[in-house]
Design a protein around this ligand. Structure first.
Ligand code: NAD
Length: 451
């Protein structure tokens, strides 16, 4: 049976039309409800996510799913009054004494399509920003995390009216029809391939999209780096959620003369951080696990050196051939290729010859190299001497560029993303602008440089 989404959409459209500019109090109260829904049901959320993954670290769920949403909501509640205020824009002298201002205005109905890898936070963090900007929201969570999606479907109506926030469950068919709804903005988080189809569907309605996509995020380790610290940060980023993180370091680049030292440091970091399988997160499903196993097997069959400490710990693949699957597609799992280069310039050329990544990690304190990376590479974010942590900075825009996505959100950037920045022009009573109406005066045109 196919479900008609138009009725749900029209309900929201009417609500947005009836309350085109929710007050600060209304928006703050919606954000408070969103935070309460997350805070009061933490155990159910953890249980649902663990059911979906089979096994997932509860510390990581608290950190990356629950805290992430609570922090985002708190940040928005705190700063919203400032974000909502219109601000002055400068006026060319020719038009003085008129005044210009810019006023953020809600867009109306925002659609959010979320992925399975962080099924709570990647569903709700965009909604924090959409609510802050005064919109109502329809959410289509992932069909690959059915327990978490069912919990969202069950909890959301206890905290929100269907006019404010509606959850639509379903598979690819529903997702496709969801992307065809005439939203005022559609945010999609998922793969580049599906993002392309979502953007095409949205274009029919001229619906603006924010595409939070994936790709291969490199980690460059320069010779001046502290290898133990760099390795620990890389394994933290790769180990989190079993590598199923859009900004996980996908592969490591290092100069040949430092390869052996870095591989030893990475092995030590794996043993320290992932000594057993107990705290590890499993692949989301059997198909995903098989894909990862096949990547490792292919590398093994090609004679690559592999350092594998266990089924769920990061597995190092040293200098794999570029034609292998592990180097051709986003890994999104525990495999970690380590690739050696003659020098840093060759490593930078390698990065620049590929699609722009969502994150570029660089381990170096060399200011010259930092500056070179800043000026000669492109990526959603450029992160020095750490992995993942930039996601927790609400004042940084989070998003990709090129194949890793378009548009960014989080904090004020999310507020702006889901607002229309409306230009306001206030003519003055004392204006002499009527002088430029026809018939055109020669002397005035001369003064304005037009005659
Ligand atoms: P996916 O693109 O395979 O699926 C996302 C959703 O799209 C699915 O739940 C499905 O319902 C829907 N879908 C499938 N076909 C569709 C179509 N033709 N039209 C409309 N919708 C369709 O992604 P995934 O497997 O859920 O997530 C993993 C990907 O997401 C990785 O590439 C990862 O890098 C990326 N990701 C990006 C971010 C980010 O913030 N940039 C965050 C998390 C994950």
């Amino acid at each position: 049976m196919t479900r008609d989404l138009t009725g749900d959409f029209n309900t929201q459209r009417q609500a947005a039309d009836q309350m085109p500019y929710p007050t600060l109090a209304v928006r703050r109260e919606r954000l408070a409800r969103l935070a309460r829904m997350t805070k009061h049901h933490q155990l159910e959320i953890i249980r649902a996510i663990q059911t979906d993954f089979g096994q997932r670290s509860d510390v990581e769920i608290r950190m990356a799913e629950i805290s992430a949403v609570l922090h985002a909501a708190r940040h928005a509640r705190l700063h919203l009054w400032r974000w909502m205020r219109p601000w002055a824009a400068s006026m060319p002298w020719r038009l003085l004494p008129a005044r210009a201002r810019i006023a953020p205005q809600p867009l109306g109905v925002v659609g959010v399509m979320s992925p399975w890898n962080y099924p709570w936070s990647l569903a709700l963090m965009p909604i924090v920003d959409a609510f802050a900007a005064g919109n109502v929201v329809m959410l289509k969570p992932s069909e690959h995390t059915p327990a978490t999606s069912a919990l969202l479907k069950q909890l959301v109506p206890q905290y929100f009216t269907p006019e404010e926030f509606k959850v639509v469950e379903g598979g690819v068919d529903i997702a496709r029809r969801f992307s065809e709804l005439p939203f005022d903005h559609l945010l999609f988080t998922g793969s580049t391939a599906v993002g392309r189809q979502v953007a095409q569907a949205a274009a029919v309605n001229l619906t603006p999209t924010t595409l939070e996509l994936g790709g291969k995020s490199p980690a460059i380790v320069a010779g001046d780096a502290d290898f133990d610290k760099a390795a620990a940060a890389i394994i933290f980023g790769k180990g989190m959620n079993g590598g199923q993180t859009c900004i996980a370091p996908d592969y490591v680049l290092v100069e040949s003369r430092h390869l052996s030292a870095l591989v030893k440091a990475l092995s030590r970091a794996i043993q320290q951080q992932r000594p057993d399988d107990q705290a590890a997160t499993h692949a989301i499903n059997a198909a995903h696990q098989q894909r990862l196993d096949a990547m490792l097997q292919e590398a093994h069959d090609h004679g690559c050196r592999i350092i594998d400490e266990g089924r769920h710990a990061p597995a190092l693949i040293i200098d794999p051939h570029q034609d292998l699957q592990v180097m051709r597609e986003e890994i999104f799992g525990r495999c970690l290729p380590v690739i050696s280069f003659k020098d840093m310039q060759a490593a930078i050329r390698y990065v620049n010859a590929r699609p722009h990544p969502l994150a570029l990690y660089a381990f170096t304190n060399d200011k010259g190299l930092q500056q070179q990376l800043l000026q000669t590479t492109r990526s959603g974010a450029l992160v020095f001497n750490a992995t993942l942590l930039h996601h927790a900075v609400p004042s940084l825009p989070f998003g990709g560029v090129g194949e890793s996505g378009m548009g960014a959100y989080h904090g004020r950037h999310g507020f702006t993303r889901f607002s229309h920045l409306r230009g306001l022009f206030y003519q003055s009573k004392h204006a002499s602008s009527h002088l430029i109406y026809p018939p055109y005066r020669r002397w005035l045109m001369k003064l304005l440089g037009l005659g």
